[in-house]
Design a protein around this ligand. Structure first.
Ligand SMILES: *Cc1c(COP(=O)(O)O)cnc(C)c1O
Length: 228
């Protein structure tokens, strides 16, 4: 078996993005690839940077804080997205570290981020995470509360709020969920939409994703027990 190559995997994903965009009749460059590097070492991120990748995603503040500040010094156009459930007590560190927070999912976190922004003088771009399948174990604002929460976030954060993010149910056809999220996104006038992962990013592009979050297909499988 040949060893996993990050540059080759990135090239192949970029090709698939181009093909999916053409098939969807969408302009080239209308989807941004976020390389999800959670549980992979800093050396893997560096390899991706050297292969031209600039947008990265991490789930945990602590792990991101250990890997990224160094790299950002050498690669000033690196953009870090926090995509995992964010604890309110990590809001200050998240504001200092991230360029984008994609997991704004509850009023208590809104309040914590507002305070953190005042304290740090820095507020990342924000995506609101919707629990689009209304799954009990999953993060995200429930669909029935989404309109109200989105309006509250727009009041509080204005143009910092860029769009919606979701992870559809794992074992179902994601198409209807992507479609539902895209409809909600349009209804609130957003231009950005974060959906699609290694297994379904082509479908997400067909349904209008502007950001896709791809981990395994770029970096290989994560250590066992660390899939989240
Ligand atoms: C881990 C993760 C991803 C990437 O998943 P892959 O299946 O490895 O591509 C995307 N989005 C979120 C929110 C994640 O937690």
């Amino acid at each position: 078996m040949t060893e996993h190559s990050i540059p080759n995997a990135l090239a192949s994903i970029r090709q698939r993005i181009t093909t999916a965009s053409h098939q969807a009749g969408r302009p080239e460059g209308s989807t941004t690839l976020i390389a999800v590097s959670k549980f992979h070492p800093q050396s893997a991120v560096l390899e991706a940077l050297q292969a031209g990748q600039r947008y990265f995603g991490e789930n945990r503040v602590q792990e991101a804080a250990a890997k990224f500040p160094d790299l950002k010094k050498d690669w000033p156009d690196l953009r870090l997205h926090l995509i995992g459930t964010l604890q309110s007590n990590k809001a200050i560190e998240a504001c200092q570290l991230a360029d984008v927070i994609e997991s704004l999912d509850r009023p208590s976190l809104s309040k914590a981020l507002e305070k953190a922004a005042q304290k740090t003088g820095r507020l990342p771009e924000l995506f609101i995470q919707v629990n689009i399948g209304d799954e009990p174990q999953k993060s995200g604002v429930p669909t029935a509360e989404a309109d109200q929460f989105i309006e509250d976030c727009l009041t509080r954060f204005g143009k910092h709020v860029k769009g919606l993010m979701a992870i559809p149910p794992f074992d179902e056809d994601p198409t209807p969920y992507f479609r539902k999220l895209a409809t909600l996104n349009r209804r609130h006038g957003f231009n950005e939409l974060s959906m699609g992962m290694s297994a379904d990013f082509e479908t997400a592009i067909a349904e209008g994703a502007s950001l896709i979050r791809v981990g395994t297909a770029i970096f290989g499988s994560r250590p066992a027990g660390n899939s989240a």
